[in-house]
Design a protein around this ligand. Structure first.
Ligand SMILES: Nc1ncnc2c1ncn2[C@@H]1O[C@H](COP(=O)(O)OP(=O)(O)O)[C@@H](O)[C@H]1O
Ligand SMILES: [Mg+2]
Length: 510
C-alpha cells in the first residue's frame, strides 16, 4: 500500500517539488523516514501520530516508510507533517489517488491536530502553478499569500480533520478568493519626507540617489537626522510593480517575515542590520542556506548605520552583491544564488566623537584618530558609493520653524519622471534601468561632455585625485542630475553637483 502526496521544499528563494511517498507494510510497527530528512522532518513522526489520534483517526500499527523524493537534496522544516499524515491516511485507502495527484500540500501539525503556519507558502504556490497542479492545501495563515497566484485553488485549512474531509469529499472546503487588493500596507505610508526639517542638501542628495539608483553615504554628527532620512528613502522610490512585489514577498515569506494572513508586500523593503551582524546574517548562509540581509533588502534599501563600526570583513562580503546584484553560496553539492539588488545607504559620524565640522561643539579627536576612523572604510567600498553627502546638525531655529515642506509624493513624482528618461538607455527586458547600473560602454554613449564640461572634470580629477571607478561614478551621477531636470546633455552644474558628492575622497580638513 503506497500513497504519494505532493509537497515542496525551499532551496534558495524558490521551491522545488518533493514527493512524499508513504509505504505501509505488514510487520513490526515501525516508522522510518528516508530521503535526507533533517531536524524537524525527522521529528515529524511524533507530531503526526498525535495529530492523527487527536483527529479521531487511527495511527496504523504497521511498518511505515516515508520517502522524500528527490532523495539527494537535504530537506528541513516542518512543512512535511501534513503531507506525511495525509499519506498515511491515503495508504490506508482513505483518500483517492487521483485527488492527491492534482494537489500540493504543506503545513505543520500540532499535537491536537491543528494545522500550523509554515514559511515559503508563496514560493510553494508558484511551484504548484508551474507543475500545473490545481489545488494547494495550506494553513489558513498562509492562504492570502498563496492565493495571489493565478489559476490555482488555494484551500485554507485549520485542522487535519478538515483536510481529510475535504479530500474525501465528505465536507469540501471553499477556496480562498484571490485578494482584491493583494498588497500589504498599500496606501499606508506613515513615513514622509515632510517630517524632516531643513536638510535641503541631504534631501536633494537622496532625491538624486533615488532617481538614479545610486548608493549613498551620509556623514554627520549624531542626531542630525541621518536615520530619519534613510528610513524615508523607500517612500520616494518608484512603487514596486506587481512582479517585484511577488518576488519580494516570496523572499520574506521564506524567511518567515510575512505578516500572517496578509497578502503581498507593497512597500519596498528597508533593512537595517546592526553593525555586529555576521557574514552569514548579512549575505546568507547556513547548512541549508537562508537568505541574508542583502537578499531581504532586494528591490529595496539596505541601511548600514555607523558604517565604520562594521567589521572589515563584512564590508568585503558586500562587494559581490554590490557589483553583481546577487549572492552565490557554494555548498558541497550545489551553488545557490540569492537575488540581492538593493540600494545601499550608509551613515557615519564625521569623526569618532562626532563633532567634527559642527560649529557648536568642539571636536576632541586627534587628526590621527580621525584618519584611523575613516581608514576603516575600504577604498573599494567607498568607490561603490556614488554619493557622499554631509548632513550637518540642524540649527534650532530651523527645527521649530513651521512652514510648508515638500512631501514624499512630490519628490517621488520627479524621481519617476527621471527614471522614465533613463529607461531608453537599457534593453527593454533589463531588470533594472537606472543610471547607477550603466556599463562602461553605456557611460561612454550616454554621458558625453562638451568641451567646457570636459575641462571642468579634468581639473577636478587633477586636483582631487579620483580613481578610474570614481570618475565613472561622477559621470553617472551627473547624468542623473541632468535627467531630474529633463536636460538632454550633462552641463557644468550637473557635473559640479556630482563632484561635490565625492567629499570623502578629499583630504580631511580638521
Ligand atoms: N531635520 C530634522 N527634522 C526633524 N526632526 C529631526 C531632524 N533631525 C533630527 N530630528 C529628530 O532627532 C531624532 C534623531 O535623529 P536621527 O535620525 O536618529 O539622527 P542620526 O541618525 O543622525 O543620529 C529624530 O528621531 C528626530 O526626532
Ligand atoms: Mg542614527
Amino acid at each position: 500500500m503506497l500513497a504519494r502526496v505532493f509537497s515542496g521544499a525551499i532551496l534558495g528563494v524558490d521551491a522545488f517539488q518533493v514527493e512524499v511517498e508513504v509505504d505501509m507494510a505488514r510487520g513490526l510497527p515501525n516508522f522510518a523516514t528516508v530521503g535526507l530528512a533533517e531536524g524537524a522532518v525527522r521529528e515529524s513522526r511524533v507530531r503526526v501520530e498525535s495529530a492523527l489520534k487527536n483527529s479521531g483517526l487511527e495511527f496504523p500499527q504497521k511498518r511505515i516508510t516515508v520517502n522524500l523524493a528527490p532523495a539527494d537534496v537535504r530537506k528541513s522544516g516542518s512543512a512535511f507533517d501534513l503531507p506525511i499524515a495525509l499519506g498515511l491516511v491515503a495508504a490506508g485507502e482513505g483518500i483517492p489517488d487521483e485527488r492527491l495527484a492534482r494537489t500540493l500540500v504543506l503545513g505543520e501539525l500540532g499535537l491536537a491536530g491543528e494545522v500550523r503556519r509554515v514559511p515559503g507558502a508563496l514560493a510553494m504556490a508558484l511551484l504548484a502553478q508551474q507543475q500545473a497542479l490545481e489545488e494547494v492545501i495550506c494553513p489558513v495563515e498562509c492562504a492570502a499569500e498563496a492565493a495571489v497566484v493565478e489559476s490555482l485553488r488555494v484551500i485554507p485549512v485549520r485542522t487535519f480533520r478538515e483536510v481529510v474531509d475535504h479530500l474525501t469529499g465528505a465536507l469540501p472546503l471553499q477556496p480562498c478568493p484571490p485578494p482584491a487588493a493583494p498588497l500589504q500596507g498599500g496606501g499606508l505610508m506613515p513615513l514622509d519626507f515632510c517630517h524632516v526639517r531643513g536638510q535641503a542638501s541631504a534631501k536633494r542628495a537622496l532625491e538624486v540617489a533615488a532617481a538614479g539608483g545610486h548608493n549613498l553615504l551620509m556623514v554627520g554628527p549624531p542626531g542630525s537626522g541621518k536615520t530619519m532620512l534613510a528610513r524615508r528613502l523607500p517612500t520616494i522610490l518608484p512603487p514596486m510593480t506587481f512582479a517585484e512585489s511577488v518576488e519580494v514577498s516570496k523572499i520574506h515569506s521564506i524567511a518567515g517575515l510575512l505578516r500572517a494572513g496578509a497578502g503581498l508586500l507593497a512597500a519596498r523593503p528597508f533593512r537595517a542590520p546592526h553593525h555586529t551582524v555576521s557574514d552569514a546574517g548579512l549575505v546568507g548562509g547556513g547548512g541549508i542556506p537562508r537568505p541574508g540581509e542583502v537578499t531581504l533588502a532586494h528591490r529595496g534599501v539596505l541601511f548600514l548605520d555607523e558604517l565604520p563600526e562594521f567589521r572589515k570583513h563584512v564590508l568585503e562580503v558586500l562587494r559581490q552583491p554590490l557589483e553583481d546584484h546577487l549572492v552565490t553560496i557554494a555548498r558541497a553539492q550545489t551553488t545557490i544564488t540569492f537575488p540581492a539588488s538593493f540600494m545601499l545607504v550608509a551613515a557615519m559620524n564625521p569623526c569618532p566623537c562626532g563633532n567634527l565640522g559642527d560649529p557648536r561643539h568642539a571636536c576632541t579627536c586627534s587628526s590621527g584618530a580621525i584618519l584611523r576612523y575613516r581608514e576603516r572604510l575600504s577604498g573599494p567600498l567607498l568607490d561603490r558609493i556614488d554619493i557622499q553627502v554631509e548632513v550637518p546638525a540642524v540649527a534650532c531655529g530651523e527645527l521649530v520653524k513651521a512652514g510648508p515642506c515638500e512631501g514624499s509624493e512630490e519628490i517621488r513624482a520627479r524621481v519617476l519622471r527621471a527614471r522614465e528618461r533613463q529607461r531608453g538607455r537599457f534593453e527593454p527586458t533589463a531588470a533594472s534601468a537606472c543610471n547607477a547600473h550603466l556599463g562602461p560602454a553605456q557611460v561612454e554613449r550616454c554621458c558625453k561632455l562638451g568641451a567646457p564640461e570636459q575641462a571642468l572634470l579634468e581639473m577636478a580629477v587633477r586636483r582631487l585625485g579620483f580613481s578610474a571607478r570614481g570618475f565613472d561614478r561622477i559621470l553617472k551621477v551627473a547624468r542623473t542630475a541632468a535627467d531630474l531636470e529633463g536636460a538632454p546633455d550633462i552641463r557644468a552644474e550637473h557635473l559640479a553637483e556630482a563632484i561635490q558628492y565625492r567629499s570623502l575622497d578629499r583630504p580631511i580638513q580638521a
